[in-house]
Write a protein that binds this ligand. Sequence first.
Ligand code: SF4
Ligand code: SF4
Length: 438
Amino acid sequence: MKTEFSLAQLADPDIQEADKILRACVHCGFCTATCPTYVLLGDELDSPRGRIYLIKQMLEKDEKPTADVVKHIDRCLSCLACMTTCPSGVNYMHLVDQARVRVERDYSRPLVERALRKVLSLVLPRPDLFRYSMWLARLGRPFADLLPSPGPGSVSPTLFSRIKAMLALAPRHLPPPGPAPGSVFPAEGERRGRVALMQGCAQQVLAPRINQAAINVLTRHGIEVVLVKDEQCCGALTHHMGDDHDALARARANVAAWGREAEQGGLDAILMTTSGCGTVVKDYGYLLREDRDCAAAAAQISRLAKDVSEYLAGIELKPSGRMGDVKVAYHAACSLQHGQKITLAPKELLSKTGFVVKDVPESHLCCGSAGTYNILQPELAGRLRDRKVANIASVEPDMIAAGNIGCMVQIASGTSVPVVHTIELLDWATGGPRPALN
Ligand code: SF4
Ligand code: SF4
């Protein structure tokens, strides 16, 4: 694609990067077929190619984005299915991330929407605040049905539809908190490795059992696990809302905290059980590339970052041989399959430990969770969830496994089939407890 940035614009490293990405696009349109919003809406401007054009114009003209441009960028899930499909290697992720920062900087959203986004970016990355907000949501839940719904077929979110979506996603019960930051879990038997396990923010409130399962599996197989003190939210939530100031501050804090731990105790890897976090931590090296004080350390942290399934694929697991014929539908989280290109490891681990693994039709399509998407775009997210749940039901599973808490909550809100994390099944299959089912 031909671009027309001025020399002055190209002096900005972000514009240089955008120019490189835009020039790689040959506007073939292959990506449209796998884009969830294009599949649902059939509008070119809700496809990757259409959005690339909109972003190109916005950056080249250096004008404030219009409400229409913002609408189509907001509807993008950042699922990155387009990157998997693109034959030209277009890095849509870095382009749309830049566009979101530009939108937040130059576009004035309606006051109510600004307030809602502010609340989400304040609450979601802070486990204590998030816990209180879940208690409040439980109180508000019985009143959700009194709120007006948008007209049938509408895909335009309203404040009420967003509040309804938030209340619907709040769990009925909250488990007690998991182990404290700074805890160390020694390896059983001879120590074969040492890893940091990222504690996550929403996940540690909603389902601390997931990281407990990871600790069980890792220590059982000779790996010492540390929960690093001073670790923060990875920054993914605010990054995807265009608040790079907050996201980069969190990234720097994590690079420092994990770097200290690696120096003092040694780390073979930094593991994530939430693939949405993993995709962003693996990108710290890029995000902080212009920060002279932090770039090299950030790149090193990105090299150490691994999804828990990716790490376990290099270890011989010892199954207890008692799984029988439990049929598991494996839901591939977008951040794992498109963001990190990890497609086989989770399924192979489940098969090797005795589960019957079923692929889900249209597995490339997002479930609609996508960070805060199911709150900010509840109508589109609901349609994607229903489609995902119907596809999962077609393989008649006993359980659904996923590697990302956002997907687990989203899918569980539309099905009675138990939804668990892949690591919970691996724990069960190697001698741990049966997962606590929803
Ligand atoms: S598939 Fe890639 S090259 Fe083709 S239009 Fe989409 S982004 Fe551009
Ligand atoms: S990230 Fe997902 S929703 Fe956004 S353009 Fe690409 S395929 Fe479509």
